[in-house]
Design a protein around this ligand. Structure first.
Ligand SMILES: *Cc1c(COP(=O)(O)O)cnc(C)c1O
Length: 379
C-alpha cells in the first residue's frame, strides 16, 4: 500500500473540534441543562445574528428540520413535493414522513443542483412544496420559477444541510427570505454533534416550528415559570436541540471564520491540482460564495468504480455522494427515469475533505487520482 502523507487522508470526512467543546458540555451538565433550555436559545440567537435574520429555530437534526418545515407548510397525504433524486436519503425520508409523495427531478450535471426550469416543468396541481438541495454548499436560485410557485401556493423549503455559511449574492444562505434548513451533523461545516435549524419567514411560522418540535406544547418560558400546568395546542414531536449539542455549536460558531478559510483553501487546492487532468471533471462549487463541505468530481468513461477501488487501496478516503434516491428500494414506487441523475450516480466521487487536511494533503490525493487515471487509460 502506498504511504500517505497524513493518516487523515484515509477519511472522506471527519469532524473537527477547535478545543473548548468538551469543557462546554461539562459546564452545561453541571448547570443542569439536559433538556431544552437557555443554551439552546442562546445558540438560536447567535445563529440568527450570524445569518442576519430575526429568528432561528434549533432542532435535533437536519432531517428533523426538513420534516418540521414541511409539516408547517401544510404538506401531507395527497400532496407532492418536488425533490432532486441526487441528494442524501434524509431529504426524501422527510417528505415520506409527512405522508406526501416525493416527485424526483433532475439536477444540472455541472453543479448537481436543481434549476428553475426543471422545477417549472415538474409542477403538477398536487405540488405543495419544492426542496432545492444546496449540493456541495452551493446556493440555488429559483427566482425564475417564483411567480408560478407563488400562484400555486408552493412553499420552497431549502435543504441547506451542507450550506451553512455560504452566500447567495450579498446575503448568507438562510437570509434570502426562504424557509431554509441547516444540519449541524458531524461532517457539516459547523457541528453540534447532531443538530439542525430552520430559518422561518415569519414569527408565526417560528411559533409553529417550536410547537412541532416540542410535543405541541405552547412554549413560553415566562408562562412555564408561573404556572403548574401547560397547554398542548396541536401535534408535536420531540425533536428539540439538546443544550449539550447547543454548547458544542456555540464553540464551533466562535471559530467559524477558520472553517470558511480552510474549506475554501482545500477546495481550491483540489481544483488547481486537477486542472488539466483528463478523465475527471470537478463539480462546480462556486467557491467564491460557498463554504464547501466536500469536493465532488465526476470520473468519466465508465471508470468511477475502478478508480474508487484503486484509491481506497492507496489509502485515499473517497466516497459516493450520492446513489440516486429514485433507484433505492424504499422509494421504488416513485421511480421515474432520470437519465442525467443516473449518469451522475455512476460518475460522481467525493475526495477526502475536512478541516484536519492541509492543502498538501489535497495535492497528494489529487496526484494519486491522476496516477490511477493514467495507469488505466487507453484500455
Ligand atoms: C446531512 C444532510 C441531511 C441530513 O442532516 P442530518 O443532520 O444528518 O439529519 C439532509 N440533506 C443533506 C443534503 C445532507 O447533506
Amino acid at each position: 500500500m502506498t504511504r500517505t502523507e497524513s493518516p487523515d487522508i484515509a477519511h472522506i470526512a471527519r469532524p473537527y473540534l477547535y478545543g473548548g467543546e468538551e469543557a462546554a458540555i461539562a459546564s452545561a451538565l453541571s448547570a443542569g441543562q439536559y433538556n431544552h433550555g437557555a443554551l439552546t436559545e442562546e445558540f438560536e440567537q447567535r445563529i440568527a445574528a450570524f445569518l442576519g435574520v430575526p429568528d432561528v429555530v434549533a432542532v435535533a437534526s437536519g432531517t428533523a428540520a426538513l420534516h418540521v418545515a414541511l409539516l408547517a407548510a401544510g404538506v401531507g397525504p395527497g400532496h407532492e413535493v418536488l425533490v432532486p433524486s441526487f441528494t442524501f436519503c434524509a431529504t426524501v425520508q422527510a417528505i415520506v414522513a409527512t405522508g406526501a409523495r416525493p416527485r424526483f427531478i433532475e439536477v444540472d450535471p455541472g453543479t448537481c443542483c436543481v434549476e428553475a426550469a426543471e422545477v417549472l416543468g415538474a409542477l403538477t396541481p398536487d405540488t405543495r412544496a419544492v426542496m432545492p438541495v444546496l449540493y456541495g454548499g452551493r446556493a440555488v436560485d429559483l427566482a425564475p420559477a417564483r411567480p408560478a410557485l407563488d400562484e400555486q401556493g408552493v412553499t420552497v423549503v431549502e435543504d441547506a444541510a451542507q450550506a451553512f455559511g455560504s452566500w447567495q449574492q450579498e446575503r448568507r444562505v438562510g437570509a434570502t427570505g426562504e424557509v431554509t434548513c441547516f444540519s449541524f451533523g458531524p461532517v457539516k461545516n459547523l457541528t453540534c454533534g447532531l443538530g439542525g435549524a430552520i430559518v422561518p419567514r415569519t414569527p408565526m411560522e417560528a411559533d409553529t416550528y417550536r410547537q412541532l418540535r416540542g410535543l405541541g406544547i405552547i412554549e413560553s418560558a415566562a408562562r412555564r415559570a408561573e404556572t403548574t400546568t401547560y397547554t398542548v395546542d396541536g401535534f408535536g414531536m420531540r425533536v428539540q436541540m439538546s443544550p449539550l449539542n447547543a454548547a458544542v455549536g456555540l464553540v464551533q460558531l466562535d471559530h467559524f471564520a477558520e472553517a470558511e478559510t480552510r474549506r475554501r483553501a482545500l477546495w481550491r487546492a483540489y481544483a488547481a491540482a486537477l486542472d488539466g487532468v483528463g478523465g475527471v471533471v470537478l463539480v462546480d462549487a462556486d467557491v467564491e460564495h460557498t463554504v464547501p463541505p466536500m469536493c465532488a468530481v465526476r470520473v468519466l468513461d465508465g471508470r468511477r468504480d475502478e478508480v474508487f477501488r484503486a484509491l481506497r487501496k492507496r489509502g485515499i478516503g473517497v466516497g459516493v455522494h450520492y446513489p440516486p434516491n429514485h433507484t433505492q428500494p424504499a422509494f421504488a414506487q416513485w421511480h421515474r427515469p432520470l437519465p442525467l441523475t443516473e449518469r451522475l450516480g455512476r460518475e460522481v466521487m467525493t475526495l477526502p475533505f475536512h478541516q484536519h487536511l492541509t492543502e498538501a494533503d489535497a495535492r497528494h490525493a489529487a496526484d494519486e487520482l491522476r496516477q490511477v487515471l493514467a495507469a488505466g487509460a487507453g484500455r
